[in-house]
Write a protein that binds this ligand. Structure first.
Ligand SMILES: [Zn+2]
Length: 276
């Protein structure tokens, strides 16, 4: 499943093909994905000039002079470039004024495409009316995600730190893999109650979260199941995780066996010796 770094990688990969271009043609090949495509999407997009590409949590934002197209890659979504010949599971294709076809391909169709008719003239970024963004916490790589913020957010919380970090209202866009990795680097057990994590460990945790995400983005995202890079190449980053998916293998720090523990239906991987 694409996580935050993969979505960021896709956004960065799409930007050179879209920014400054107009949409010359729109090919809508089915009614929608997890929910229907926006009404009149073809009319709204055709002729729109793309201004910027950005990301919020695991959503990609294509901002144009007409409004904002917001996409989510769900479980298996990817964008294909050089997609002049439509392939199976290409659900939406765009032709740019430079003659490049881009296709949103999603075999399992858990992704989504939304459109915001946005007034982009004001100080707001135009997304305040998009319901999925209303309850999101700060971006983990943004300036508001600080140790002070996280200390306050975790104060007196009896829920395990692992579950709190996956709560999108506390921090936006963090998924299971990167939470497991960051907790190992910060030497915090995923089972520790949020309110019991000392401040100095929370400071380490904020640094560790930024580190794992930045490293993954720099490496071009990581290969998870059928997620593919924008270019459609498979296996572009075979990652060696510290703890994720490494049950019974040696901890990279102390060589003790990595443990697996299911929390709220998600596997946590950790070292009981290093992480308290
Ligand atoms: Zn260890």
């Amino acid at each position: 499943m694409p996580e935050l770094p993969e979505v960021e990688t896709v956004v960065q990969g799409l930007a050179p093909h879209l920014v400054g271009q107009s949409v010359a043609e729109v090919d809508i090949r089915r009614d929608g994905l997890r929910r229907p495509f926006p009404a009149d999407l073809r009319q709204r997009l055709t002729g729109a000039r793309i201004l910027t590409l950005s990301r919020r949590a695991k959503y990609g934002l294509i901002t144009s002079d007409r409004g904002i197209l917001i996409f989510h890659l769900g479980m298996s979504g990817r964008w294909r470039i050089d997609a002049q010949i439509a392939e199976k599971h290409d659900h939406l294709r765009l032709l740019t004024s430079a003659g490049m076809w881009l296709a949103l391909n999603d075999a399992r169709r858990f992704g989504s495409v939304d459109w915001l008719d946005a007034d982009l003239g004001g100080a707001e970024d135009g997304t305040r009316d998009f319901a999925p963004f209303a309850a999101l916490g700060p971006e983990p790589l943004g300036p508001d995600f600080t140790a002070d913020y996280l200390v306050a957010a975790l104060r007196a919380r009896g829920t395990p730190i692992k579950n709190l970090l996956l709560d999108q209202s506390i921090v936006a866009g963090l998924g299971n893999i990167y939470v497991c990795e960051a907790l190992h680097i910060a030497r915090i057990s995923p089972l520790t109650r949020g309110g019991d994590v000392p401040r100095k460990n929370i400071t380490s945790l904020v640094t560790a979260i930024r580190h794992v995400l930045t490293a993954a983005i720099a490496a071009g995202g990581s290969t998870i199941r059928d997620h593919r890079q924008i270019s459609g190449e498979l296996g572009y980053f075979s990652h060696s995780w510290r703890v994720y998916g490494r049950t019974n293998q040696p901890c990279p720090t102390c060589a003790a066996p990595i443990l697996r523990h299911v929390q709220s239906g998600r596997s946590s991987f950790y070292c009981a010796k290093c992480q308290k």
